[in-house]
Design a protein around this ligand. Structure first.
Ligand SMILES: [Mn+2]
Length: 482
């Protein structure tokens, strides 16, 4: 009976999809014409039959919405239910009961997995030991940005999550202005970042799990865990397992979640490569593996396979243009400075895993100017005054050994929060911080002499000089600007 109903639904859905596709295949001229005609007819109907009939009309300009194909896994089902409940509660003014667990806005697999894991744990644990808590994982990336990371898509598919991410709550789906929402909810839990983004500053920070530099935020949060491990997921999973094993009766731990956890740790640790990970990453992975359907397999084999598969997907950025490369791993936020003239500026960071020359080739005219105009359009859209773009690529040295080259692009614009003079000063402050850093030991990029004012490109070979290193360095410089 239930099956029959489902089949019926699917048939209806197919019809919907077909109608939708047929509509989109009309030429735009025809669509425009027919829309105009429909609007005119609609208006005439309104005029002739009045409001009673008008409410039965499809609202002017409305579109046919395609029904989502929902995920197939239990974990997906849980996640989709939480999302629905959160939205229902918001609509009925009960959003104050909710805790939001959020990763950083780069939206990598570590952030997604950490947030989902902790939300799942908190909710299920509370159902056993106390009043059930309402907890939702929030992805601080817009839904259309998720697929710019092919490894996320693959890992979520493998965990039988919905292919269109309908089972995840994304930042663009929040029904309320974030500053207002952050005052109404019960609190937030930060995973994979050290302090709340400015827009969440009024929310109560209940817990923090992170593997970046401790910025001293929310000293009373509990748990408040900062440890240098490969993956933040390691810290969240360890806490979850510790607490789970304390319970008189354990809640169900779906394989899909365990697999997601192993995938996130595998990709961040290069398959538990000892140079990239710690004993903690390994020990926690083993505990997770033992609970999974792969319990009889060898840990290093499983993690190696996951890393290879997800790592290959991660590198597959063929055909991705510069704008998508800039936004696929973008982190930005406001920084306060002591300057009485402009106390707050916006600082943004892109991380791009291919070099500048290759990025320039992916622009329409394949010339450096094109890189800077696309970049300028992007930073104008997100309102960033000071932007840093970090890229890396590998070359072979004389002995045929691979070495990693990193690049740093600095651009300061003068049309958002700061004027020309202030932009010059800010550029100098950040320029000096980067040039004078002994670890980075930067040299000018080969095309640096052709750059415009307030643009600079360097290269360096400092292995640890990724965003986790450069961001605090630049933030400190900006905070010191007077
Ligand atoms: Mn992380």
């Amino acid at each position: 009976m239930a099956k029959k109903r489902r089949d019926g639904l699917q048939t209806r859905r197919k019809v919907h999809v077909m109608t939708y596709q047929k509509k989109t295949s009309f030429s735009s001229t025809w669509r425009h014409y027919s829309n105009t005609m429909r609007n005119i007819i609609g208006l005439m109907t309104l005029a002739v039959f009045g409001t009673v009939h008008a409410v039965e009309q499809r609202p002017l300009g409305s579109q046919i919405v395609r029904k989502p194909d929902t995920g197939v896994g239990h974990f997906s089902e849980w996640s989709r239910n939480s999302k629905k409940q959160f939205l229902v509660d918001w609509q009925s003014d009960k959003v104050d009961q909710w805790i939001i667990v959020m990763g950083n806005e780069g939206g990598d697999l570590d952030s997604i997995t950490s947030a989902l894991t902790w939300a799942y744990h908190l909710e299920h644990k509370s159902q056993i030991i106390s009043e059930p808590m309402k907890v939702i994982a929030l992805l601080q990336t817009p839904s259309d940005q998720l697929d710019l990371r092919p490894e996320n898509k693959l890992a979520l598919d493998d965990s039988r999550m919905n292919s269109e991410h309908r089972d995840l709550l994304n930042i663009n789906e929040l029904p309320e202005d974030i500053e207002t929402l952050s005052r109404r909810i019960k609190g937030i839990v930060l995973v994979d970042h050290a302090e709340p983004l400015r827009r969440w500053k009024d929310a109560k920070v209940l817990s923090i799990f992170d593997h970046h530099v401790d910025a001293g935020a929310a000293p009373d949060a509990s748990p408040r865990i900062f440890e240098k491990v490969a993956s933040c997921t390691t810290l969240v999973a360890r806490q979850m397992l510790d607490e789970l094993e304390q319970l008189d009766e354990e809640y169900h731990m779906p394989h899909e979640l365990l697999q997601l956890i192993l995938g996130a740790i595998a990709i961040d640790s290069d398959g538990l490569n000892p140079d990239k990970s710690t004993g903690t990453d390994k020990a926690v992975s083993k505990r997770v593996l033992d609970r999974s359907r792969w319990a009889d397999k060898d840990l290093d084999d499983v993690m190696g396979d996951l890393d290879e598969k997800l790592g290959d997907a991660k590198k597959d950025l063929d055909g991705m243009g510069l704008r998508d490369l800039l936004r696929r791993d973008w982190k930005g936020d406001f920084v306060d400075t002591p300057s009485p003239r402009t106390p707050t500026v916006h600082l943004g960071f892109a991380s791009i895993p291919i070099g500048m020359d290759e990025q320039i080739k992916r622009t329409e005219w394949e010339e450096p100017f094109n890189w800077f105009v696309i970049h300028a359009a992007w930073t104008a859209q997100v309102g960033t005054d000071i932007s840093i773009s970090l890229s890396k690529y590998k070359v072979k040295d004389e002995d045929g050994k691979k070495k990693k080259i990193r690049e740093i692009v600095l651009v300061v614009r003068d049309d958002i929060r700061v004027d020309d003079d202030q932009a010059n000063e800010l550029f100098d402050v950040v320029f000096r911080a980067i040039e004078e850093d002994r670890n980075l030991n930067v040299t000018a990029w080969h095309g640096a002499d052709k750059l415009r004012r307030r643009q600079m490109v360097w290269q360096h070979e400092y292995e640890e000089g990724g965003r986790k290193y450069v961001r605090p360095l630049v933030e400190k410089a900006v905070k010191g600007w007077k």
